[in-house]
Design a protein around this ligand. Sequence first.
Ligand code: ATP
Ligand code: MG
Ligand code: MG
Ligand code: MG
Length: 569
Amino acid sequence: MRTSQYLLSTLKETPASAEVISHQLMLRAGLVRHVASGLYTWLPTGLKVLKKVENIVREEMQRAGSNEVLMPMVQPADLWQESGRWDDYGPELLRLNDRHKRDFVLGPTHEEVITKLVANELSSYKQLPLNVFQIQTKFRDEIRPRFGVMRGREFLMKDAYSFHLEQECLEKTYQVMFDAYCRIFDRLGLDYRPVIADTGSIGGDASHEFHVLAESGEDDIAFSDASDFAANIEKAEALAPKGERPEPSQELNQVATPNVKTIEEVANFLAVELTQTVKTLLVQGVTEEGEQVPVVALVVRGDHQLNEIKAEHLPQVASPLTFATDEQIKATANCSAGSIGPKDLACEVIVDRSAAHLADFVCGANEDDAHLTGVNWQRDCGEITIADIRNVVEGDPSPCGQGNIVIKRGIEVGHIFQLGQKYAQAMNCAVLNEGGKNQTLTMGCYGIGVSRIVAAAIEQNHDKYGIKWPKAIAPFEVAIVPMNMAKSARVKETAEALYQTLNDKGIEVLFDDRKERPGVMFADHELMGTPLLLIVGERNLDEQKVEVKNRITGEKSLIAIDEVLSLFN
Ligand code: ATP
Ligand code: MG
Ligand code: MG
Ligand code: MG
């Protein structure tokens, strides 16, 4: 590819909207562009990376015996009614009507469609076990889309489903999938950990999440400092010995309800109740003009999910204040100042549990376009200990019995789950067994966040100049950067010849044929993270050499032109 024909949309400035480094770099290096909240266009460079991740996932799934299929993104409501999830799924499920007013959903996941397919296609135990997967766009109406493609509303997922007659067979396939996931994340060059995950309401059955370790991760992972134990925080809490910590609401209940009136009082109250160590927590709503404004609603929530700190954990705050629903928050943020009260303010206090301090204050609604503009929190808060609202904190004895808990942040990039018969039972997915009797199948499901992996890889692989792609997913293997090509025929000829040679060998090469200063070219390639640069300059051509620069190590060396191909073995 020549840069003159390529949509190379690099940005010098860091877009203010991007909070985490991967989002900043994905915008700056021209990988994606924002379309609407949680919706992105993948530009050529981003798409190349996405396709590489996708292909590694596909190859390893096929190697593990899974069949690729492609299911529709739009799914009829009756399948969801049959499984019971039409009522259970909640607001992440986007529902829509067609012209005949029939109900549909945009698929956030595909258990219903696949279970129905298998119920129709399979009739005998001889066709089992069966493992199918797809790589497809999912839609989840996330309450808080953020960090770019890390938590989008539309995103690319690999989802696989396996079908079995017996639990024992499911367990075998589960292990095969576990191993395939390890191979996938190894090949991607990521620092990851499989952790045991909570199976929630289904209960009893096994589940693992695969986490890429990164400070920006939204999930907490509990490790033991003396064994291989690793669990997501929900599972660690479920396993933790009961009764050692007071129930959070009990402790808080003993505090008399103060007559909270102003934001400062609310803030002080929160601080006092959440910790004894905090001296000041100054929270003020201020308008652009610097005017203080009162609060009408306070939503206390963990990072992206409402389950982290609930209203009932803070009953005394709840009584003088209103705990707003998302709809109320939205309504408040959307209404003009004054319709609830003069310059009333909806706010969200985001509590980062692992960092054990109040991490962030955000005003307005959760939606990008529905924020109150020009209103912000000023804050000055010290460390807040929130051990009393969590069951597992650092230093606790590990539930595995060995060592103590260490907590790290992770990005969930994969999730495997022994589902059991939940869907097969509800949707009548059965085959004739060896004895000629109808037997309900047992299922497993296995997800990988393909688009999230692109962001997670950047979180782990970057420096101040830009992205440092792991080799397996770099958009280009090499870039040819000619120095002053316009002035030197020799440089131009050599660069063109190199380009031809590399292309002929099927090496993915970006030929920088722009009329730009070398500094601009280098900055772009470092930002984009191309692993190797071949720098063609007058001086080295006297010796028939070009310079090689390695993006990962920063090393520079000279190489004879006719030996360049040896770099790509
Ligand atoms: P999370 O806890 O991050 O919301 P999840 O547990 O809801 O994810 P799963 O249902 O397990 O997600 O889906 C399988 C995989 O899809 C996840 O492990 C994750 O990598 C990816 N994924 C889920 N939601 C999103 C999203 N909003 N944007 C990008 N990837 C996502
Ligand atoms: Mg989710
Ligand atoms: Mg999750
Ligand atoms: Mg999950």
